[in-house]
Design a protein around this ligand. Structure first.
Ligand code: DC
Length: 219
């Protein structure tokens, strides 16, 4: 049986940084499920699909072949054979992913891919519904969060470091809107699994969070 660590939480809580580091430490595969939803969103953006039209989103999602491969241990996402990994981390794609991930056909397709990966490999998988829906039998479940103000400040610092102009209040507003959408959608909303350990990283360093999660895996 593969060993499964599920990390869920809202946007900007540091899930991917921490999940990547925990996977490296334990020699597991890191599966970034948000990147799969982002690849689907990129496909829908390219097709010019109206997200208000659920049937159109479902139809277009059927023509998206999304696969995952690893290059030097780093997840690569292929969309219809094209490596789109470098195109996924924009605000436009993130916002589209937050909207289109509410579609049941989009979710069914990507959950199947995620479950197939976790059945084969020891994984650290992060997302919104991993502990509640994708891997309900995961060996370790973590709900990683931080205050919206703290998550906005981290995102602001990241963008500043890249030399991109940005507005802290607008970023916080965007984060709150995304939380609201992710937590209130009808299918697999973001919520803490009953058996998940709550980790609030607002006042923790990245290293402390990594150590906390790695220690849960060792038990
Ligand atoms: O983690 P992220 O920002 O890359 O995720 C992008 C969007 O994808 C997020 O707003 C909600 C959606 N998502 C989801 O619904 N379920 C997941 N397991 C992962 C992401």
């Amino acid at each position: 049986m593969s060993y499964q660590i599920a990390i869920d939480g809202p946007a900007g809580a540091g899930k991917s940084t921490v999940a990547k580091a925990v996977a490296k430490r334990l020699g597991y595969i890191y599966v970034d499920t948000g990147a799969m939803y982002r690849a689907m969103a990129l496909h829908l953006l390219r097709q010019g699909v109206d997200t208000g039209d659920a049937a159109a989103v479902s139809a277009a999602s059927r023509h998206a072949d999304i696969t995952i491969s690893y290059a030097d241990g780093v997840q690569q996402v292929l969309l219809n054979g094209e490596n789109v990994t470098g195109l996924l981390r924009t605000e436009e794609v993130g916002n589209m992913a937050s909207v289109s991930s509410a579609n049941p056909d989009v979710r069914a397709k990507l959950v199947e891919l995620q479950q197939a990966l976790a059945a084969r490999e020891n994984v650290v998988m992060d997302g919104r519904d991993i502990g509640t829906c994708v891997l309900p039998q995961a060996d370790v479940k973590v709900y990683l969060t931080a205050s919206a103000a703290c998550r906005a400040k981290r995102r602001y610092d990241e963008l500043q470091a890249k030399g991109e102009s940005c507005d802290l209040a607008a970023i916080e507003e965007d984060i709150r809107e995304r939380d609201e959408r992710d937590m209130t959608r009808a299918i697999s909303p973001l919520c803490q699994a009953e058996d998940a350990v709550l980790v609030d990283s607002s006042d923790m360093t990245v290293e402390e969070v990594i150590e906390k999660i790695a220690s849960l895996a060792r038990k």
